[in-house]
Design a protein around this ligand. Structure first.
Ligand code: E4P
Length: 218
């Protein structure tokens, strides 16, 4: 499973990229709104930091297929690794269909997915990625990871090529479960990525090794 960072913060991105574990990145309007400066400059910088061979999802704001397509084509000019994030819905499907074919084809990540049927529609329309929101489903008492599991199974069974990005990840257990469920990608907030590096027994082990080593030097 590829690990993407879910962030628009340059400091977080620089740090996570330096760990050598990041295979791509996702942003959304909420994450971008937390940052300062011009949106276009921010996206250019993010794409450069992540590396041109790794996809960076940038979300459109338009609500009609025409507006989404126009916006997507402008965003795609910012960097070669821009993937267009489009919310599921009839207008979104039409936009994905238009963007995912022809010589000017642009990869799309269909977002805000909460059912397998939404994923099926997005995949049929030509999405390169589908993003089920695990944490937001858990928040309302549903089984977010169950959705990921079924989505992976359905897309695989029907040989649909869209990759599943387990999104709205809230804790390291979600990452573990997404990997077991067969998601091709999990997009992870920086805090959770950091938590994944930690275990109390690792800290204790390092402390003991150092104490033993230092005792020998006395
Ligand atoms: C995914 O692409 C989204 O940016 C993100 O995972 C949403 O997560 P949230 O539910 O924590 O806002």
């Amino acid at each position: 499973m590829q690990l993407y960072l879910d962030s628009a913060n340059l400091q977080e991105i620089t740090t996570a990229v330096s760990w050598g574990v990041i295979g791509g990145l996702t942003t959304n309007p909420t994450l971008v709104a937390r940052e300062t400066g011009s949106f276009e400059d921010l996206i250019r910088q993010i794409c450069r930091l992540v590396g041109e061979e790794r996809p960076v999802s940038v979300e459109v704001i338009g609500t009609t297929a025409e507006a989404m397509e126009k916006e997507a084509r402008l965003l795609a000019e910012l960097a070669p690794n821009v993937v267009i994030k489009i919310p599921i819905g009839i207008e979104g499907l039409k936009a994905v269909h238009r963007l995912s074919q022809g010589p000017k084809k642009i990869d799309c990540n269909v977002t805000l997915i909460f059912s397998t049927n939404q994923a099926l529609l997005a995949a049929r329309a030509g999405a390169a990625y589908v993003s089920p929101f695990v944490g937001r489903l858990d928040d309302i008492g549903w089984d977010g990871m169950g959705l990921v599991r079924e989505m992976v199974e359905i897309l695989g069974k029907h040989r649909l090529e869209a990759q599943v990005i387990a999104a709205s990840i809230r804790h390291p257990r979600h990452v573990h479960e997404a990997a077991l469920a067969g998601a091709q990608i999990a997009t992870i907030p920086f805090k959770v990525l950091e938590q994944m590096t930690q275990h109390p027994l690792t800290d204790l082990g390092i402390e003991r090794f150092l104490a033993d080593w230092n005792r020998k030097q006395e």
